[in-house]
Structures are given as structure tokens and as C-alpha cells.
Design a protein around this ligand. Structure first.
Ligand code: SAM
Length: 322
């Protein structure tokens, strides 16, 4: 059985018998006025972090969500969208599609603003999406891509890139890990499917996105996730896994390379009112400006004693250079 078949089996079981905390963290549930998340959706929260960010959702974007799980994030996206077929949900596991369909009925009973028809569920594979080219404004996946091995991850990212409109965004949350993992962990299909042993270092994760052509990357959050310890897992070392929230934007690739925001800021604290690098970045005195890593490097290389560049905070919430 391939690791993809093992993954499908695991999520078939998780659809038939909801398993709280099966694979991922129990992230705080979005609390919004008038939004009720049915208990069953909370029990089937198989994601880490959140892919639902209000600032991505202005102007009724056409949305796609791959790997629906119990449907909680699709309901949250629908909260902002509220249109027939406003959010397309794709999953390869029939039982998961069926379970989420039932959960949307329950959500409809608990939320007077929600109708099941807001969500358009489709059977399909992340590596071969049943979606037209250049048709989506906001695509999302939560805790699916980390399961994929390198070639499949490449295909899944290329598919998201294909279906997004120019400047559309892919919003994701996945576990990441900066430590090496041994082959026994890497090749354990169940641990991989449980989002425990497929995760990449952040730099490799980002490179997979920029290699696919995404010109802007935002790392929005980085959080502690899990421990793989020698007592419970086949590892000699204690392994610390984190999770990140990332947006990859289908902006054209800049000639000098991608703009990657890792939560750095530049602060000018000199004698003038502002500092202008004449390359499009104006630093107002004593006002932090969010900068991508490229701009941070360029400003640092000026060697000035009146510009401070912060380290990566891995918290980026918009604005700034580029
Ligand atoms: C870890 S769960 C995450 C579910 C949901 N995103 C959440 O946050 O609760 C992975 C989901 O991806 C689905 N899935 C697994 N392999 C897939 C594939 N190749 N293509 C599309 N969906 C897939 C599973 O059925 C399951 O719904």
C-alpha cells in the first residue's frame, strides 16, 4: 500500500469515527458574532493553525479549500462570503466529503445566515484539482501538504498555482521542523498521515513555494506544535515540531528574487524626519516598517548606524515594503 493510500484509509476512519486531536493541535476556535461551530466540526478539527484571515477575504473572493476535514474552516470562510458556491471544497476521501456534507446541514440548523449551498463539495485530488486554470482568488489547505513526499508536494503546489488568478493567494497552515528526522520516521506512513513525520524546515517549505513561481511569501505565524520523544517514537533525539501559517501570493517573480516576509521590521532613528533608500522604501523616523528579508538585507548592507533591522519574528500581518 502506498503512503497516499494509507493516508486515505486513515482519513476514511477519521470521517467515520471522529477522533478529537487525531492529528493536529486543538487550535482556539474562531469566535465571531453570530458564528456557531457545531460540536462535531470542532471534534473533526484535524488542522493546525488557521487559514482564515479576514484581510484575505474582502470583495467576495472565489475560494477553494483542499482537504475539507469536518468542514470547520469552510464554514468560517462562508461566514465572510455568504454566496451560493462561494467556497469550493475538494477532498479525495468520499467518507470525508459525506461527513462534512452532514456537518454543513448541522451548521445550517445552528446558524441562520448559513446555507449548505454556500459550499460546493467536489471529489478530487490535491495533485490533480478539478478546478479551472486562473479561476480562484483565495485557495487554502490546512495540514495536508506536510503529508506529501517531495514530488507529490511539488505537484500539489503547482496545482494551486495553476488554479489561482494572478495575484491570488494560497493560504496554508502546516507543521514544520528544523531538526533532521531519521528514515524510519520519514517512511512511517501512519505517522506521516498523522502530520507528524513529513514536515520540512521552514526554508525548504518556502523554497517549494517560490520554486513553483509564487513571487511573495508571508509567514504569518509560527507556533509550538508537537514533540516526538524517544520513549514513544522511533527516534534517539527529542524532536520539536512547530506549525506555521503562510500565504503564498501569485505575484510575478521579481527579477531579484522573491519577497519573503518573515516578520522583520526596519526602524530609522537618525536626525532627519525620514530615510529614503530611493528604491521605494521610505522609513519614517521611529516608525517600524515591515520589510521582506530581501529589503532587510539591502538596508543592513548600507552599514548605517541609524537604521535598526529586527530579527525574523515570524509574525507578519501585512503592510510594509514591496
Ligand atoms: C489532516 S486532515 C485536515 C482537514 C482540514 N483541513 C482541517 O483543518 O481540519 C487532511 C484532509 O485532507 C484530505 N486528503 C488527504 N489526501 C488528500 C489528497 N490527496 N487530496 C485531497 N484531499 C486529501 C483528508 O481526507 C482530510 O480531509
Amino acid at each position: 500500500m502506498s503512503y497516499l493510500e494509507a493516508t486515505n484509509d486513515l482519513y476514511k476512519e477519521a470521517a467515520l469515527t471522529p477522533d478529537v486531536g487525531l492529528c493536529c493541535t486543538t487550535n482556539p476556535i474562531w469566535e465571531l458574532p453570530g458564528l456557531k461551530i457545531p460540536k462535531i466540526m470542532q471534534e473533526m478539527n484535524y488542522g493546525c493553525g488557521s487559514t482564515v484571515h479576514a484581510r484575505d477575504l474582502a470583495n467576495n473572493p472565489k475560494m477553494l479549500y483542499v482537504g475539507v476535514g469536518g468542514g470547520m474552516e469552510l464554514l468560517q470562510f462562508s461566514y465572510f462570503n455568504r454566496q451560493k458556491n462561494g467556497v469550493m471544497g475538494v477532498d479525495v476521501v468520499d467518507e470525508m466529503l459525506e461527513a462534512s456534507r452532514k456537518n454543513f446541514k448541522e451548521a445550517e440548523a445552528q446558524n441562520d445566515w448559513f446555507k449548505s449551498e454556500f459550499v460546493d463539495l467536489k471529489k478530487g485530488d490535491a495533485m490533480n484539482l478539478p478546478v479551472e486554470d486562473n479561476s480562484i482568488d483565495v485557495a487554502a489547505q490546512n495540514c495536508l501538504f506536510n503529508i506529501f513526499k517531495a514530488d507529490d508536494l511539488k505537484k500539489a503546489i503547482a496545482e494551486m498555482y495553476r488554479v489561482l488568478k494572478p495575484h491570488g493567494r494560497l493560504v496554508m497552515s502546516d507543521p514544520t521542523c528544523e531538526q533532521p528526522m531519521n528514515d524510519e520516521l520519514r517512511n512511517d506512513d501512519r505517522l506521516r498521515a498523522l502530520c507528524l513525520s513529513g514536515s520540512l524546515p521552514i526554508a525548504d517549505y518556502v523554497k517549494a513555494l517560490t520554486d513553483a513561481g509564487f513571487g511573495t511569501i508571508e509567514i504569518r505565524a509560527r507556533k509550538p506544535y508537537r514533540i516526538l520523544d524517544p520513549k514513544h517514537y522511533p527516534t534517539d533525539d527529542l524532536i520539536y515540531i512547530e506549525s506555521i501559517e503562510v500565504a503564498a501570493i501569485k505575484d510575478p517573480m521579481p527579477a531579484d528574487g522573491p519577497c519573503i516576509f518573515t516578520g522583520k521590521a526596519a526602524i530609522y532613528y537618525g536626525d532627519d524626519d525620514y530615510f529614503d533608500d530611493k528604491l521605494g522604501h521610505v522609513l519614517l523616523k521611529n516608525q517600524p516598517l515591515a520589510v521582506c528579508d530581501k529589503t532587510a538585507g539591502a538596508l543592513a548592507s548600507l552599514g548605517r548606524d541609524d537604521i535598526f533591522i529586527s530579527k525574523s519574528t515570524f509574525h507578519y500581518d501585512g503592510g510594509g515594503c514591496c
